[in-house]
Design a protein around this ligand. Structure first.
Ligand code: NAD
Ligand code: DAU
Length: 350
């Protein structure tokens, strides 16, 4: 059977890289991007493939059961790669219910649609994209393994943990073929400038304060988004049903060190006096319940599926800064809100 893959959240940061990879690499697959275009959805991310023969876009909310069923029927969906989510921790602190709705109820809606539409479960895969944040927070030592007990600390991570549990429950109860991957912090082109790295790049460029939460001592494990998309490709095609795969870069950085690195690199790239961007660093009130450290042990996916990151961090950061500097229009359209007109201007007559 020819694959018709539903990729949810494909207009977002990671989803758009996954859609681009699959559309280009697998011309025989039908790639259906389903996204309701929240503030985080940006169809400009997909400009380079929007005319491809094997690419389809459906503006549907995963909370809309009828809309989901129509998309499954229209495109004969054979597999799902589910990325659609509310993804920003700070927003989850001010509006937890939005995260429960999309991340928990939306995921269950999607599972129900797949469960009803698919007849022989052996022929189909439901692949759920999750986060390392479900494992909670680490102190100085140790890594998150696939067997680490869940201990989510923020409303965002609680909602993602809940969705992971539902995916496993559908596998156990209804024998749906499922796989889950839990990834560390991504960075790279097309990331919405509310997240640390693009926010700092934008603020350095425009000489605005760089807000560092608390003392900047919190540690994250960073992975270039294209390496994550490659890992998703590998897990989708080779992952074992019922398994979980941790994805990460073995690349831990304190927030303050990342912000300083961005300042140094941007001083060079913008030909500014050495040390001038660091003056923008501003320590601000800490995030409520701020997890201290995340660190993924990605040896299972390396050993079993042969995936490892291609890009070293300093090279990835340099590429990312270059992308934001070269794609001023993308950033201007995001900050002005013009990106939200892209659907009406380019897709509404399709
Ligand atoms: P993002 O916020 O950039 O994109 C999310 C996309 O989902 C947007 O296009 C948005 O319009 C869409 N969406 C949101 N609610 C929807 C709904 N109800 N119906 C349909 N579409 C909806 O997110 P991202 O950073 O690309 O993350 C993608 C996935 O990867 C999420 O599931 C996230 O939990 C997970 N993840 C992210 C990271 C990271 O560092 N960004 C790391 C690990 C895992
Ligand atoms: O670990 C994976 C997770 O990484 C994903 O599941 C989430 O979807 C994604 O948003 C990301 O979560 P974080 O909270 O780690 O990312 P964020 O970019 O918001 O913050 C990174 C770190 O920087 C975190 O310790 C908080 C800090 N921070 C963030 C912002 C936005 C600041 O110090 N200042 C800021 O302005």
């Amino acid at each position: 059977m020819k694959k018709s893959i539903l990729i949810t959240g494909g207009a977002g940061f990671i989803g758009s890289h996954v859609v681009k990879l699959f559309v280009k690499k697998y011309p025989d697959y039908r790639i259906v991007n389903l996204d309701c275009l929240t503030y985080a959805g940006n169809l400009e991310n997909l400009k380079e493939i929007e005319g491809a023969q094997n690419y389809y876009f459906e503006r549907v909310n995963i909370l809309d059961e009828t809309g989901l069923t129509e998309v499954f029927e229209k495109h004969g969906i054979s597999d799902v790669i589910h990325l659609a989510a509310e993804s920003h921790v700070d927003r989850s602190i001010t509006d937890p219910l939005a995260f429960v709705k999309t991340n928990v109820i939306g995921t269950v809606n999607l599972l129900n649609t797949a469960k009803t539409f698919w007849k022989n479960y052996e022929e189909h895969l439901f692949y759920h994209i999750s986060t390392d944040e479900v494992y909670g927070s680490l102190d100085e030592g140790g890594f998150f393994l696939e067997t680490t007990p869940y201990d989510p600390q923020s409303p965002y991570s609680a909602s993602k943990a809940s969705s992971d549990h539902f995916v496993r429950a559908y596998s156990n109860t209804y024998k749906l073929k499922t796989v889950i991957s839990n990834c560390s912090n991504n960075y790279g082109p097309n990331q919405f400038p509310e997240k640390l790295i693009p926010l700092c790049i934008h603020n350095i460029k425009t000489n605005k304060p760089l807000p560092v939460y608390g003392k900047g001592e919190n540690i994250r494990d960073w992975l270039y988004v294209v390496d994550h998309a490659r890992a998703i490709d590998v897990v989708f095609h080779q992952g074992k049903s019922g398994e979980t795969y941790n994805i990460g870069g073995f690349n831990e950085w304190k927030n303050i060190d990342i912000v300083r690195l961005l300042c140094q690199k941007m001083d060079e790239k913008l030909s500014r006096e050495k040390g001038s961007s660091e003056k923008l660093i501003t320590f601000v009130k800490d995030r409520a319940g701020h997890d201290l450290r995340y660190a993924i042990d990605a040896s299972k996916i390396q050993k079993e599926l042969g995936w490892e990151p291609n890009l070293q961090f300093e090279e990835g950061i340099s590429k990312t800064i270059d992308w934001y500097l070269e794609n001023e229009d993308w950033l201007n359209n995001v900050t002005s809100g013009a990106y939200q007109q892209y659907y009406a201007e380019h897709y509404s007559n399709r």
